[in-house]
Design a protein around this ligand. Sequence first.
Ligand SMILES: CC(C)(COP(=O)(O)OP(=O)(O)OC[C@H]1O[C@@H](n2cnc3c(N)ncnc32)[C@H](O)[C@@H]1OP(=O)(O)O)[C@@H](O)C(=O)NCCC(=O)NCCS
Length: 205
Amino acid sequence: MIDYASLPFRVEPMTLQDIPPVMEIEEVAFSLPWSARAYDYELRYNEMTYYFVVRQQGRDVQLNVPARQSWWRRLWMRRQSQPILPAPVVGYAGFWVMVDEAHISTLATHPQWLRQGIAQLLLIAMTERAAEIGALAMTLEVRVSNTGAQTLYREYGFEVVGRRPQYYSDNREDALIMTTPPITSAEYQRVFQERKAVLLTRLSR
Ligand SMILES: CC(C)(COP(=O)(O)OP(=O)(O)OC[C@H]1O[C@@H](n2cnc3c(N)ncnc32)[C@H](O)[C@@H]1OP(=O)(O)O)[C@@H](O)C(=O)NCCC(=O)NCCS
């Protein structure tokens, strides 16, 4: 588990309210974007899925607390579950559990927030969650041309184990299948914990 208190970002479960900001990223990040309805279905009805968002830390906005109130009344009102507008979503990801594998179905970072470790935070959160629920390995498909994402996955121990010819319908591009070794194995944990420590040190500066 990551203690997000000292980090500029935090990872949380995705909720239905997150779908509009997720769709804004989805539509620029992918040439075959999912629909809002697909996310709605995944969140409401698919019990085998786990979706997460990343938000900036400390950017939530408390709503509807009238300014002209005594300090104790404002405090009381805040404690009465005043609605909070959560900080904007800067990245998201999710996985399906299929038999004993966690299959990453999506992962994207807002274009203005690239190369700041957001995708790594999501990969870490997903791997930890997958291990908790007993998944043995992480797996995914990635476009052959998406070398940036492949670099990220390799750094987290994913290896190419196969290829799906013409997997993507927009340009008939092949997908590489990338999979980790068993995620709770000592061998994998060594790589994973090392990468995680490097990221957390970098982010907490
Ligand atoms: C792939 C993607 C999720 C990476 O998000 P990100 O938040 O920028 O990734 P991180 O900052 O966590 O990057 C971690 C590492 O991955 C590698 N990496 C990420 N993007 C890269 C790129 N464009 N080129 C080369 N390496 C890249 C780097 O090693 C990077 O570490 P560094 O910045 O210290 O060099 C993002 O580029 C994206 O949303 N792309 C569009 C959607 C997509 O392709 N999703 C993956 C589908 S399989």
